[in-house]
Design a protein around this ligand. Structure first.
Ligand code: SF4
Length: 426
């Protein structure tokens, strides 16, 4: 079972690949009713809610183990990395806790034999036509609210050839859409030769036959590589889509968050991105209820979101985390007020999303079909990343189409977070 982010999922896929070779049958997202020789849960330890979800699953699985349906229970990932000793003392029923860099150890514990020859190979769990490509691990930044550097360590870029090899494997197995992920994607390469190498890496990935869409996630606003914008604009394969968490807009809060840039610089960057790539879809995330966030500062953020009309927005409520510098600050915004502020921003975004979607009615858009659901084919435009963004619902007709194919669709209807359409050509 794999919890948390896509970076965790890639780790799980690599572990499953290692294990599947030793006559081990792998069950991803297993049911509770079957019997398992080993059950591995890859946990998330990022913020309060995610930690609670991981712990709840572990406690549930301990009960399943007590019922005799699991022989060995292993816990890995960020929660385990962060609280290994404590968890080990409190949960003796678990047969082993493993951190984020202990792939060999957990393969052995689960009865397998680690093979470095399988580097870059994965037991893909996403639909065959898209896959996440993790290009680095860890982070060199010190955002005050974030525990990831203390969990995943400093930024380590993967060697370019290793990434290309993995992407080739994925393309050979039918992947058409690559989702580039890491903690700090625009930082890629700096630790290798002091230079940002994301544009060069993307130029290599574009050459791989079969890959048609390349989507960039987790870029960082400070030192954003301008050359990436012109590359994205010219590239037939890089989606007109960028994921760039901004977190806030108030100068005082951005400073306290140690984000390294001001509200003014943030606005300038967003203007530059929109100017460089007309029609780009910008995904971003914000934190509300950060220590000391006044109504005036929240109002500034509310107005920024109202004016910027981002295509995709996620809002988190501040969660005090040990091992972060913000942990020392007074968490003085009441939880109910944090929730109220998050709700207010999402209501604004829902209206913006509806207006942006309504403007697409009558347009013909290229989509990739992800799956079939009842009387609909479900797909995404290049402005939508899987599982987090909008979807296009295409009413089935006589035409036989397959998941993983690109289709041109006439948009006929829109809601806040979905579009409806008819297939034009196949
Ligand atoms: S960039 Fe900041 S928020 Fe993102 S992982 Fe690094 S420290 Fe955390």
């Amino acid at each position: 079972m794999s919890l948390g982010c896509a970076k965790n999922l890639v780790d799980s896929e690599k572990l499953m690949k290692q294990l599947e070779r030793d006559n081990v049958s792998i069950h991803f997202d297993p049911s509770d009713s079957a019997h398992y020789d080993a059950f591995i849960i890859n946990t998330c330890g990022f913020i309060g809610d995610a930690k609670q979800e991981s712990i709840d699953h572990i406690l549930r699985l301990i009960e399943v183990k007590k019922s005799g349906r699991i022989d060995k229970l292993f816990v890995m990932g960020c929660l385990s990395q962060r609280y290994k000793t404590q968890l080990g003392e409190e949960l003796p029923e678990v047969d082993g806790f493993y951190g984020v860099n202990e792939m060999e150890e957990i393969v052995k514990a689960a009865g397998g034999d680690y093979k470095s020859s399988l580097l870059g190979e994965r037991h893909q769990t996403t639909p065959p036509h898209y896959a996440y490509l993790k290009i680095a691990e860890g982070c060199d930044r010190s955002c005050s609210f974030c525990a990831i550097p203390s969990i995943r360590g400093n930024h380590i870029s993967r060697p370019r050839m290793e990434i290309i090899e993995e992407a080739r494997h994925l393309a050979a197995s039918g992947v058409k859409e690559l989702l580039i992920i890491s903690q700090d994607t625009t930082y890629y390469g700096i630790d290798l030769n002091g230079h940002r190498q994301l544009p060069a890496l993307i130029a290599d990935l574009e050459k791989i036959d079969g890959i048609e869409w390349i989507r960039i996630h987790y870029t960082y606003p400070l030192g954003f590589p301008q050359e990436l914008l012109s590359q994205m604009n010219e590239s037939p394969k890089v989606c007109n889509y960028i994921d760039i968490p901004l977190q806030h807009i108030s100068d005082r809060i951005l400073k306290s968050m140690k984000r390294g840039l001001t509200g003014k610089k943030t606005r300038t960057l967003i203007e530059k991105i929109r100017l460089a790539i007309p029609g780009i879809a910008i995904r971003t995330t914000f934190i509300v209820g950060y220590p000391g966030e006044t109504r005036k500062e929240f109002e500034e953020l509310r107005q920024f979101i109202q004016e910027s009309r981002f295509e995709r927005v996620g809002v988190f409520t501040y969660s005090p985390e040990e091992d972060t510098s913000a942990y020392e600050l007074m968490d003085d915004v009441p939880e109910s007020e944090k929730q109220r502020r998050a709700g207010e921003l999402m209501a604004i975004q829902e209206q913006i999303s509806l207006e942006l979607n309504l403007a697409k009615v009558g347009q013909q858009l290229k989509i990739i079909i992800d799956r079939e659901e009842g009387e609909f084919w479900i797909g995404r435009t290049e402005s939508d990343s899987p599982e987090i963004d909008n979807e296009v619902l295409v009413r089935k007709n006589r035409k036989k189409i397959k998941p993983g194919t690109f289709q041109t669709v006439l948009i006929t209807e829109a809601t806040s977070f979905d579009l409806y359409g008819e297939i034009i050509t196949s």
